[in-house]
Design a protein around this ligand. Sequence first.
Ligand SMILES: [Zn+2]
Ligand SMILES: [Zn+2]
Length: 394
Amino acid sequence: MPDYLALAQSLAPRLIAWRRDFHQHPELGFQEFRTAAIVAEHLQSLGLEVTTGVGKTGVVGIIEGNGPGPVALLRFDMDALPVTEATGLPWASQEPGRMHACGHDGHTAIGMGVATLLAQTRDQWPGTVKLLFQPAEEGLGGAKATIRDGVLENPRPDAAFALHLWNQFPLGKLVVQPGPLMAASDRFDIAITGRGGHGAAPEDAIDAVLVAANMVTMLHHIVSRNVSPHDAAVLTIGSLHSGDAFNVIAERAFMEGTLRTFDPAVRDLLIQRMEEVLGGVTRAHGASYAFEIQENEYTPPVINDERMAAIAREAALTFLPEEQIIQIEPIMVSEDMSEIMNRVPGCYVLLGAEPEGGARGPHHNPRFDIHEDALPLAAAIMSQIAVIYLRQGT
Ligand SMILES: [Zn+2]
Ligand SMILES: [Zn+2]
């Protein structure tokens, strides 16, 4: 087995330079044109077969090993968030309103590093590695777009792996676990119609603001009173808009929110109870409502395959002491890697990347930062996972 950690350490200055360059030039989902061009050029320079424009701005690179074998997909996401950076770091974002506040700049650099390491050692492993640099992970459906563009065909992957830098854990901690890791996510929209009127004549109106206020309160009873305390579920109403003037009773109100679940039965229960609550509240007020679950924005839960998690653990043990490899309670954030892992057995791991002196902001925060020493470690772990899997065979 090549010493992937030593090889990755020697690449560290390049990994850091790539990451800082992406960090200074963040691009939002489906707009990763500059990032994708840099990735594609690097993959081409390694002699890989490269496809661009996968899922609009994604890049796929294929590395053939030393003979026939399985196909492993390694996925790295590239998109930034609509956040204005407040770290004050020398390599802070140069684009107001855009920031790599989730660490996907690091993921892109790690992927370029993995491409380098696996291309260098291609005579030492069988099969095929498919590197996917995915656009638009942050709630925009990038994974699905790449699947529609055929990323899971020609060749079809037999296994899929991904890693997220996680600044809430110390450097070098690695979360690897079989089973659930991240929740399913749903987006819903609610529109309420009452009857507008004079602010001084409530008896002639149906107040959409009051209906909405009642709904918010009642909807929050569902998780606390209808879902078993043994099941995880979140219902969040993230926006509520109604009314235009201080002395007018509003006719319409709009709400948007998200559901997070692991068990499809719990998701069904939430949706059914929401319908009942919305129907009951609007009936009590004489209003009407429209409720929509945006099925095209559904993200399934991330559930790690048992065998693939064991492979990831074995790979991690090459570089990390056993006590650094941990399991956690599943987290309620979601990740569209699940779209791939629903179709191909896979494992998603989280690598601790807390900056020196502690994290100043969590993921998606304007003060978010990572520890750059995590970059070579991540590149080594992902390379090692791929090679262990490919040598084991399907
Ligand atoms: Zn994120
Ligand atoms: Zn992320």
